[in-house]
Design a binder for this molecule. Structure first.
Ligand SMILES: Cc1cc2nc3c(=O)[nH]c(=O)nc-3n(C[C@H](O)[C@H](O)[C@H](O)COP(=O)(O)O)c2cc1C
Length: 207
């Protein structure tokens, strides 16, 4: 393993909203290459209940984008920018809401079935796709594309299902706007150091 390259990829794969190239087409092959890597991700019992809906059609992007914008705007209007970092994230999120239907590809990761049950069942259900979603995002980044995992439109999941022809027993887990990026010099984000978040043997004892 080339640790330098691997660590750079893992440490600099950001939510990309502003630096998306809206004019450069995204090839089917590059999407399939990234999805081929994504589906190497683990699932409980190796069940692989995922499906991936790649939305390229402009009419459908417009309709999905309208839902995204309505929910996203209401969500962002209610947020307070209580730090410069937070203000930057909110401005970036607002930008994405403004341009959503112009992003060349919108990917909706889906799971067969509907969520039900307690923490154990829900953990297995959603855990059956999010590792793959993140692998997809990493694979995109390695090829010069960017994405953001978003959840706004799930508030109107049934309407999105109607736009995309998704059956009622299938669960959408998010929406990823995907495009080539206009920059590649992404940086590690400020994060609380793991030493402050990690315990050994009992809750609160430092590692
Ligand atoms: C489950 C989940 C849902 C998210 N939903 C949204 C969303 O609806 N809109 C958005 O702009 N970003 C969304 N994000 C992206 C986060 O805002 C982003 O990861 C966070 O700001 C940290 O930025 P970074 O990924 O560049 O480090 C979501 C991320 C996760 C993991």
């Amino acid at each position: 393993m080339d640790l330098e390259v691997t660590d750079h990829l893992l440490g600099t794969t950001r939510a990309v909203r502003r630096k998306l190239d809206l004019d450069r087409p995204v090839e089917r092959e590059v999407l399939l290459d990234c999805l081929r890597l994504a589906v190497q991700a683990p699932t409980a019992g190796a069940t692989q209940q995922w499906r991936w809906l790649v939305v390229r059609d402009q009419e459908r992007r417009n309709r999905l984008g309208a839902l995204f914008r309505e929910v996203g705007t209401a969500y962002l209007d209610a947020k307070v920018a209580d730090s410069p970092q937070r203000a930057r994230t909110l401005a970036s999120a607002r930008h994405l809401v403004d341009i959503i239907e112009r992003v060349p590809v919108l990917v909706v990761p889906c799971l067969l079935g509907r969520p039900h049950g307690g923490n154990d069942a829900l953990s297995v259900f959603y855990g059956g796709i999010f590792p793959a979603v993140w692998s997809f995002q990493l694979a995109l980044r390695a090829r010069g594309l960017g994405s953001t995992l978003t959840s706004y439109h799930l508030e109107r999941e049934a309407e999105a299902a109607e736009i995309l022809g998704i059956p009622a027993d299938v669960t959408q887990v998010g929406l990823l706007p995907v495009a080539y990026t206009t920059a590649t010099d992404f940086k590690p984000a400020p994060r609380t150091p793991p030493e402050e978040l990690t315990y050994q043997d009992s809750w609160g004892s430092p590692l």
